[in-house]
Design a protein around this ligand. Structure first.
Ligand code: SAM
Length: 198
């Protein structure tokens, strides 16, 4: 993909490389493009787009400021054994492409999710209810929403396609750890101490 864009930019500039969603969210070709463009002294301008992330927040009615957000690429989560925080809402991207970087639209076998399940159970109980989503703004393609206990993910293998994201809700909200600071949040005296003019 990146090579075709560079060919176009060298042969008949300017060119537009339109990707769906946000061009820098879970997308590799733009970063290859940046490197090639730098080496060839080509200019690149990147415009932000509306990501599946934005639509997922709407579908699930989540405000990331409330409990935070953690999100990982499914395979990277396993390869790096990234630690999860069970009290923070979690998005796992590319769940349908787990354990490979080779593009394929073939349906998954249950075996594909065994390692993932075992890893996730280090952080969440087997009966913790999760949701796999394919969001859509189009009436022609209603959203796909599949809910199941995380321990049963392998049973849904054939339904989990490459366009889906796994959402793991938090187990329980995190309690206040710094009560002294929490008590000061509504104090005018404290605001005067930490700012110049109130
Ligand atoms: C290669 S990434 C591209 C993401 C895109 N750049 C964006 O900003 O939405 C593909 C992954 O994005 C997520 N994704 C894309 N479209 C989605 C949708 N309609 N609903 C849920 N997740 C989606 C899935 O995790 C999918 O595996």
């Amino acid at each position: 993909m990146a090579a075709s864009v560079i060919d176009g930019a060298l042969g008949h500039p300017p060119v537009v490389f339109a990707l769906y969603g946000h061009p820098l969210v879970f997308a590799y070709p733009p970063f290859q493009l940046y490197q090639a463009a730098m080496a060839l002294k080509l200019q690149v301008k990147t415009l932000p787009g509306i990501s599946a992330f934005d639509s997922l927040l709407v579908q699930l009615r989540i405000d990331p400021s409330v409990q935070g957000i953690q999100m990982y690429e499914a395979t990277d989560l396993l390869v790096r054994r990234r630690p999860l925080q069970p009290d923070v809402p979690c998005f796992v991207w590319q769940i349908g492409s787990l354990e490979t970087v080779i593009f394929s639209k073939a349906k998954s076998k249950p075996e594909r999710f065994h390692r993932f399940r075992n890893y996730i159970l280090n952080f969440y109980p087997s009966n913790h209810e999760v949701i796999v989503l394919h969001v859509s703004d189009s009436r022609a393609h209603p959203p796909q929403v599949i809910a199941f206990p995380i321990g049963e993910i392998a049973a849904y293998a054939e339904d989990l396609h490459q366009g889906m994201t796994l959402y793991i809700p938090p187990l329980a909200p995190r309690g206040v750890q710094d009560q002294e600071l929490a008590d000061k949040l509504t104090s005018l005296q404290h605001l005067k101490m930490i700012s110049f003019h109130v």
